[in-house]
Design a protein around this ligand. Structure first.
Ligand SMILES: [Zn+2]
Length: 183
């Protein structure tokens, strides 16, 4: 057997092991929380847009990801079979596709999510819950046309970034609806 063949074979073997130990969450448990591995920045961002609590940093090492998942009960999201075959990893979703739509679909399916926690309720950079702030407080911090056309503003308590619904919200809603999830 060539080296590349045996590598592929080992990878398939790991995938089988991983599929066999996949967990299924309690149907009436609290909403799922996640920790995403360094490869899944896009997925982490989309889940945050939908309102989910997702820890993500491109600095997390494998040991740190496993520890975070174990200590906090967060579901580890990963495409890394070498990471997921570890004995210490028990709550995880092995993302089988590289496509973001399929990844979201898989997460929603495994966790049986039919309703989103709340679109644009979390900071996309920090994961913190956004706070409502009065419009007059953002007057000098957002473009003039935004200040004039928007009525609701939110800000991140950690980084101070300001969010408003804008047209972005409709696009996000449509994308998520296509996946069969209600907001
Ligand atoms: Zn923030």
């Amino acid at each position: 057997m060539s080296r590349s063949e045996s590598r592929k074979r080992a990878a398939r073997q790991r995938q089988r092991q991983i599929r066999a130990k996949a967990f299924s969450p309690a149907p009436d448990g609290p909403g799922p929380q996640f920790v995403a591995d360094v490869m899944l920045g896009r997925l982490a961002k989309w889940l945050r847009i939908a309102g989910f609590d997702v820890l993500y940093s491109n600095q997390y090492g494998d040991d740190e990801l496993v520890a975070l998942s174990r200590q906090t009960g967060r579901i580890l999201l990963s495409r890394d079979t070498r990471l997921l075959v570890r004995k210490s990893v028990d709550r995880f979703i092995f993302l089988e596709s590289e496509r973001i739509q399929n990844q979201l679909e898989q997460v929603f399916q495994v966790t049986r999510i039919s309703r989103l926690p709340g679109i644009l309720t979390r900071c996309l950079s920090c994961n913190d819950r956004l706070l409502n702030i009065p419009a007059e407080q953002v007057r000098n911090k957002v473009p003039a046309f935004v200040y004039e056309t928007q009525t609701q503003f939110k800000s991140c308590p950690a980084c101070g970034k300001i969010y408003w619904a804008g047209t972005h919200r409709q696009a996000v809603l449509r994308a998520l609806e296509r996946l069969g999830v209600r907001s």
